[in-house]
Design a protein around this ligand. Structure first.
Ligand SMILES: Cc1cc2nc3c(=O)[nH]c(=O)nc-3n(C[C@H](O)[C@H](O)[C@H](O)COP(=O)(O)OP(=O)(O)OC[C@H]3O[C@@H](n4cnc5c(N)ncnc54)[C@H](O)[C@@H]3O)c2cc1C
Length: 551
């Protein structure tokens, strides 16, 4: 027992030392001081306060420019800043109007570190396009951004909001609200999915957005889905553009850069694709059991050794000429080849109430939103590996979970279903959800038993949906790429599509949808691309065709 404890302490110390070694060079020559003010109250959210103090202490040991002052919420200082929640963290309050309600831990530690670096450098690196949008904001915006330490999408949106508040402190103020420390606020705003952003009390974004789209949503005070870059967007010349930073895209990046191709990866959401939101992976060779996010971190840092990654950037258009032009929301790439590794995104139930209550009790990400439903009643819809894994994950978070599946047996692997029954998680078979009801949040669902034909209602606080993934083929279709009858990208054995110079890999091709198969296809496709660029297949085929006898 004592040995276990000593091992744990030793491991923790080693982890802190490793983190400090990574942070030291980044904080070493920070040109400006950053003052943090931590407002606390003993007995209120003590665990969150302790975690915040610990993180700041670890950072301050390698960052001499960061200072910390701490006051009780009753102190005049707290009152002068109108703070009434513990813990509240104010960032350089004489300069910025940015506060964090809760603890910047877990995934959020990344946002916190970026915040300190941007403030210490007084530099946000907002893109030219974003700066233009921000300049257009001429009346105050008060942002409330709901985040959670277990949400891999949150740092991207957190950094977007911070950039706006740092660049334009006279106009933009920001509260980052940790839902675990402030469940009452999440409840008040019906923010049951993270990240979720409000500005001037209006919902402006659900989920993470590319930087320009976030700023456009902030300017217009309503959710925006399209950002058209101005024609003077930056131009990047390269050999290969990989679209998608999941296992297929990341692996392809490593292989193609190692074979000497100038390669970029463009990713619109969270690096790692579907793996980033997978609670646990148990079938990746060499790692008996690993968190999806931990596996992504390993893959991304490996890929970064070789390849330039453009995160938070969405490919909007591909112009298949020679060379190929790829347009994102931020710039234009001129490339010899393009690899579509766009993967898949979650399938919807398509029942009344689902879209309207999405983010208000309807969720597709148990890793992100699960903590909001602790001790609440929730259904998980689906019968495959994902649904059962996520049901087990929610059960471990102390969520009152019931699995609902429309067939008479579950499709999930045996060891998962055994675990489901061992944990006594109720399962409703032959049951479909016909409607999700509620005024501004999920209140009840309508269930239909397809054996008896009987309809019933069930009072629930949340509906998690894991009924599979649909291939992300919108961009391929827009570009004129042929699909299979099942809706996947049609390709030959070397991952070539029907358009010269454009290839595919991973879940978007159909077949087995696994991390190792996606990675394998990414590797195969990049080797085929290299060989085709060295010995142009399309050109030799064109030559063969033009030399063929005319009939
Ligand atoms: C809950 C869950 C659990 C799973 N568990 C396992 C498991 O235990 N073991 C296993 O082997 N597999 C598991 N899988 C499956 C595995 O995660 C996928 O097979 C794998 O991630 C596919 O990789 P991919 O690179 O093809 O696509 P994805 O992982 O889907 O990545 C595609 C990426 O492309 C990006 N993208 C799409 N369009 C654009 C655009 N226009 N511009 C820029 N970027 C774009 C997306 O944002 C995404 O990040 C699981 C999946 C889920 C959802």
């Amino acid at each position: 027992m004592k040995d276990d404890y000593e091992d744990k302490v030793r491991d923790e110390r080693a982890a802190v030392q490793e983190l400090q070694a990574q942070l030291r060079p980044r904080f070493k020559d920070l040109p400006h001081d950053v003052t943090l003010i931590l407002l606390t109250r003993s007995g209120k959210n003590d665990l969150f306060t302790e975690a915040t103090r610990f993180l700041i202490r670890v950072i301050r040991e390698v960052a001499p420019r960061i200072t910390l002052r701490e006051y009780d919420l009753d102190h005049e200082v707290a009152k002068s800043w109108e703070a009434d929640r513990a813990p509240t963290l104010l960032f350089d309050p004489d300069r910025y109007r940015i506060r964090w309600l809760g603890a910047p831990i877990g995934e959020e530690a990344r946002t916190f570190i970026e915040a300190l670096l941007m403030m210490g450098r007084r530099q946000t690196n907002l893109s030219e396009q974003s700066l233009k949008v921000l300049k257009g904001i001429d009346s105050p915006r008060h942002i409330k951004l709901f985040v959670s330490p277990s949400c891999p999408y949150c740092p991207q949106q957190g950094v977007n909001a911070l950039k706006a508040a740092i660049e334009k402190p006279d106009m933009v103020s920001l509260e980052i609200i940790d839902i675990q420390a402030n469940p009452d606020l999440a409840d008040q705003y019906a923010a049951q999915s993270v990240p979720q952003a409000f500005a001037n009390e209006t919902l402006i974004a659900q989920g993470a957005q590319p930087e320009e789209l976030f700023l456009l949503s902030l300017e217009k005070l309503e959710p925006q889905t399209v950002f058209i870059p101005e024609s003077d967007a930056e131009e990047v010349n390269t050999d290969l553009v990989i679209i998608g930073g999941g296992p297929a895209g990341l692996t392809a990046g490593i292989y193609s850069a190692r074979s000497g191709l100038r390669t970029v990866i463009v990713e619109r959401d969270t690096l790692g694709g579907q793996v980033a939101t997978t609670p646990v992976v148990e079938n990746y060779p060499g790692l008996t059991q690993v968190g999806g996010k931990a596996l992504v971190d390993l893959m991304v840092s490996h890929a970064l050794e070789y390849v330039n990654i453009f995160p938070g950037e969405e490919v909007m258009d591909i112009q298949p000429r020679d060379p190929i032009v790829v347009l994102t929301n931020r710039r234009r790439f001129i490339a010899k080849a393009v690899l579509l590794a766009t993967g898949a995104s979650h399938r919807r139930l398509d029942v009344p109430g689902e879209s309207r209550l999405s983010g208000h009790g309807v969720s597709y990400c148990s890793t992100c939103d699960g903590p909001l439903f602790r001790k609440k009643k929730v259904v998980m819809v689906g019968g495959g590996n994902s649904a059962v894994t996520e049901a087990l994950h929610l059960h471990n978070l102390d969520v009152d979970i019931t699995l609902v599946h429309r067939k008479d047996t579950l499709r999930a692997q045996e060891h998962l279903t055994k675990s489901l029954f061992a944990n006594q998680i109720p399962v409703l078979l032959n049951t479909e959800i016909k409607e999700v009801r509620g005024k501004d949040r999920v209140e009840e669902i309508v269930l239909y038993n397809n054996q008896t034909g009987k309809k019933t209602t069930m009072a629930v606080n949340g509906v998690f949906i894991a009924i599979g993934y649909a291939p992300a083929v919108e961009l391929a279709q827009k570009t004129g790429i042929e699909l299979t009858p099942e809706g996947y990208i049609k390709h030959d054995s070397r991952h070539r599509t029907n358009i010269p110079g454009i290839y595919s890999a991973g879940d978007v091709e159909g077949g087995y949808k696994q991390i190792v198969t996606a990675a394998g296809q990414g590797a195969e496709a990049s080797m085929a691309i290299f060989e085709d660029l060295v010995n142009p297949y399309w050109k030799s085929q064109e030559r063969a065709e033009s030399a063929a006898p005319q009939t």
